[in-house]
Design a protein around this ligand. Structure first.
Ligand code: NDP
Ligand code: GDR
Length: 376
């Protein structure tokens, strides 16, 4: 039997790496698009790298960029994929305020380029397309919890670009009968999450602080609330959405919410650090940590009374999405969706991962092999 072929844009990102693993387990031939960079950028997929000279290799990387129509079209023509997962994006909401045009080019027009290439190549009956839509479409929420029918009100250049991508996907489905669908995914994290998204910034930052590698973690709006799940669970739904009889859009979320502040407290607790808050929001002077004696004995280098988290206004956004909470009932009913990882379990996994990295870094610094580099 011939293997199914999948093409993943954004394969070097958090979701791309988990999805590539999943599809290889399912015996797909997996093609991924990676960007040319001046340094290596394939760290998240290095463990599944296969020697292109070996017979029967199933994981193949192509240089490409969603801003380059001819490149995207050529790769799709060459691969003739059964499934395309369009995960590639300038995915950072705060950065989208600084690079709005680029974000629109990649996130909005990039999606159009993929859809149009499939259509122009005559693959519209063969190739199924998953579009990485987002809860950021809801922005200034019009209804809680958010479902597939909740009106959209994006609050960032990223959200607006993804709104175009959402509708152009619906449009190609309706206009050309293509199998293309939107996964409206709420925030999902993991130890592979980019270091500047809030979850990873917190776990990595607090671990660094605990090892004396950074004095303090600087944060923005602590009151934002999100519906956080684990990326490994979410990529399975991306695959499942392309295995249905008809293409449909689905919300994927946990149905539970926590604040950035809760995430900090939960992460700190795993390091044996109890956080006490002084004041709220921008008036906040900093948060005072008091240390659990047992853990302090194990080499945590902060002391009771130290300020280990503080507010820096630069991390506030020009327009904020204050609260998101998904209702995944449709996916539960039709896809059998059930998140398998709780927020606490995910925080445990992320802190364990980042603590090990921080300890190694500390060891290298102490042995004179590495100079200390401050975090983001
Ligand atoms: P990441 O930021 O981890 O990965 C983004 C990927 O897109 C990377 O591989 C990146 O390459 C690639 N990329 C960026 N710009 C371009 C470009 N111009 N051309 C081609 N590829 C590009 O994101 P996630 O894995 O977290 O998210 C995957 C997708 O899902 C994104 O579209 C995101 O917007 C969306 N999404 C994510 C959610 C989440 O909570 N994680 C929730 C809802 C939607 P490089 O590695 O070189 O930077
Ligand atoms: P988000 O994720 O904007 O929801 O987009 P992010 O983790 O960046 O922010 C979540 C919330 O935390 C607040 N926050 C901070 N955020 C960052 N990055 N850094 C800080 O220091 C900080 N302090 C407070 C933010 O203001 C925000 O309210 C993510 C991305 O993965 C998108 O691609 C995806 O579409 C959505 O999730 C769903």
């Amino acid at each position: 039997m011939t293997r199914k072929k999948a093409l993943i844009t954004g394969v070097t990102g958090q979701d791309g790496s988990y999805l590539a693993e999943l599809l290889l387990e399912k015996d797909y031939e997996v093609h991924g698009i990676k960007r040319r960079a001046s340094s290596f950028n394939t760290e998240r997929v290095d463990h599944i790298y296969q020697d292109p000279h070996a017979d029967d290799h199933q994981f193949i990387l192509h240089y490409g960029d969603l801003t380059d129509t001819s490149n995207i079209t050529r790769i799709i023509q060459q691969v003739q994929p059964d499934e395309i997962y369009n995960l590639g994006a300038q995915s950072h909401v705060a950065v989208s305020f600084e690079e709005p045009e680029y974000t629109a080019d990649v996130d909005a027009l990039g999606t159009l380029r993929v859809l149009e290439a499939v259509r122009l190549l005559g693959l519209e009956k063969k190739t199924r397309i998953y579009q990485a839509s987002t809860s950021e479409l809801y922005g200034l929420v019009q209804e809680t919890p958010q479902t597939e029918t909740t009106p959209f009100y994006p609050r960032s250049p990223y959200g607006v670009a993804k709104l175009y991508a959402y509708w152009i996907t619906v449009n190609y489905r309706e206009a050309y009968g293509m199998y293309c669908c939107n996964g409206i995914l709420f925030n999902h994290e993991s130890p592979r999450r980019g270091e500047t998204f809030v979850s990873r910034k917190i776990t990595r930052g607090l671990c660094n602080v605990s090892q004396g590698l950074e004095p303090c973690l600087y944060m923005g709006n602590l009151d934002a609330r999100r519906d956080w799940g684990h990326a490994r669970d979410y990529v399975e739904m991306q695959w499942l959405m392309l295995q249905q009889d008809d293409a449909k859009d689905f919300v994927i979320a946990t149905g539970k919410q926590a604040s950035v502040r809760d995430f900090i407290v939960g992460s700190a607790k795993r390091l044996g650090v109890q956080i006490q808050f002084e004041g709220q929001g921008l008036d906040e002077k900093g948060l005072v940590a008091s240390i659990d004696q047992n853990v302090a004995d194990e080499g945590i280098s902060v002391q009771p009374g130290d300020t280990i988290v503080a507010i820096d206004e630069k991390y506030y956004r020009p327009a904020e999405v204050e609260t998101l909470l998904g209702d995944p009932s449709k996916a539960m009913k039709e896809l059998g969706w059930k998140p398998s990882t709780t927020l606490d379990e995910m925080i445990d996994e992320m802190v364990a991962h980042d603590l090990e990295a921080a300890r190694k870094h500390r060891l290298l610094v102490d042995s004179g092999y590495q100079v200390n580099t401050p975090g983001e």
